[in-house]
Design a protein around this ligand. Structure first.
Ligand SMILES: Cc1cc2nc3c(=O)[nH]c(=O)nc-3n(C[C@H](O)[C@H](O)[C@H](O)COP(=O)(O)OP(=O)(O)OC[C@H]3O[C@@H](n4cnc5c(N)ncnc54)[C@H](O)[C@@H]3O)c2cc1C
Length: 367
């Protein structure tokens, strides 16, 4: 297993390698694909901008999956959690390393694909050294480094995920140091006045965790109430209870207009004193590789248009897998458990077979 390329295996700068398949992204679905492609003895390279599972790296420590362990287990390797509860991000990052080790997968980490060009005989990919994955707080200050290498490939699989940049509110004060789009370490908020903006799972979960960590929490949401259909069933009664008992202040039908060092001004006229402001209003996909390749993007979420039997895009020999298929999801429908099926379809297509995915699998993905 070479998770981080060693000097002797690292490609020399400005050399040109060629391969049949390049997988971009080593999140759970990229790894699941690599394991299957490896087992099928196909020639491939696997590139990841950060560390393995880098999307999970920016979650707040101790964050638990909402999916049961068996649903997010990949490549047939059991995910066993000590207390049979949901896995934490820490459990899962360890687990991903174990899967990579089990299959002896070569993943070229800290290698970001910055450009993909269609050529008559395949594709040319430009890579740079990158110090974190695509997504997370560090991504906001990302500046590309020098080109490292150009790789030529006949086929490409984009398993790049969908949570690359936060949905910005574009309001004065959004860039202040006490304003964040990521929860981070919960301990920092103890005894602090924290304004949380948002009304979906990440905002609600942050509200509950921060209250328990000793913060004084106010929540601002543009809707008039949290929607029980969009909040996890174990979080909803908890947040309702905390609001009803005035443990958490809730300001419905409100949006933030500006933030200064001491307070946030809402459209309701309220000025909310805040030591920290968390803008947890969702994430957007970096679609630059789709644009460079000429992949058609459709619908409100701008998802890549795909042949669902093969996961191939309108550009022949370019496939998309995992949450990357969903564009910038406004309502989450594609996650790990609904994306396992992509591996089967893509590996079959790479071998000129048709996946025998059942109709139920299709339903699961599109429901
Ligand atoms: C708090 C929270 C809780 C969640 N809980 C669950 C849950 O319980 N169940 C669930 O299924 N999902 C959950 N999710 C969503 C989960 O993160 C995704 O389902 C999962 O990570 C998707 O896997 P993926 O492999 O498709 O993409 P990702 O894990 O996002 O992996 C994509 C990878 O591609 C890399 N990449 C992107 N662009 C490039 C490039 N140009 N060059 C090189 N590498 C690149 C990225 O660095 C990243 O490592 C949760 C998300 C959050 C934020």
């Amino acid at each position: 297993m070479h998770i981080i390329p060693h000097e002797e295996t690292k490609p020399k700068r400005f050399t040109m390698r060629t391969t049949d398949i390049v997988i971009i992204g080593a999140g759970p679905i990229g790894i699941e694909l690599a394991a299957a492609i490896n087992q099928a003895n196909l020639e491939y390279l696997h590139l990841e901008a950060g560390q393995i599972g880098s999307t999970m790296q920016w979650w707040a420590p101790g964050t638990k999956y909402f999916s049961s362990p068996e649903r997010i287990a990949i490549a047939g390797v059991p995910l066993i959690v000590a207390d049979q509860d949901k896995a934490t991000r820490e459990n899962y990052l360890d687990y991903l390393l174990a899967v990579v080790g089990t299959y002896q997968l070569d993943i070229e980490t800290y290698t970001r694909v910055t450009k993909v060009e269609k050529q008559p005989d395949g594709f040319a990919l430009t890579t740079t050294r990158s110090f974190h994955g695509v997504g997370g707080p560090e991504e906001l200050g990302y500046t590309p480094t020098q080109t490292t290498e150009t790789i030529k490939a006949k086929r490409i699989i984009l398993a790049i995920g969908d949570m690359h940049t936060p949905r910005m509110l574009d309001i004065p004060g959004e860039d202040l140091p006490h304003v964040a789009h990521y929860l981070g370490e919960v301990h920092q908020y103890a005894n602090q006045r924290v304004l949380i903006v948002g009304g979906k799972n990440s905002a609600v979960e942050a509200g509950i965790r921060l209250f328990r960590a000793g913060a004084h929490v106010t929540m601002s949401y543009r809707g008039n109430a949290f929607d029980p259909d969009r909040i996890k069933y174990w979080l909803y009664p908890e947040i309702e209870y905390l609001i009803k008992k005035n443990k958490i202040a809730f300001i419905p039908n409100s949006t933030v207009e500006s933030i200064n060092e001491r307070a946030a001004k809402l459209n309701t006229g309220d000025s909310i004193p805040a030591d920290f402001v968390l803008l947890l209003t969702g994430y957007e996909q970096d679609q630059s590789l789709f644009h460079q390749l000429g992949i058609k993007l459709v619908g409100e979420d701008r998802k890549p248009k795909l042949n669902l039997k093969t996961m191939e895009t309108n550009i022949p020999n370019v496939y998309v897998a995992g949450t990357a298929v969903a564009g910038s999801q406004t309502r989450t429908k594609v996650f790990i458990e609904t994306a396992h099926i992509h591996t089967d379809r893509i590996v079959a297509a790479l071998q000129n077979r048709v996946s025998d995915a059942t109709p139920e699998d299709y339903w699961l993905e599109e429901s």
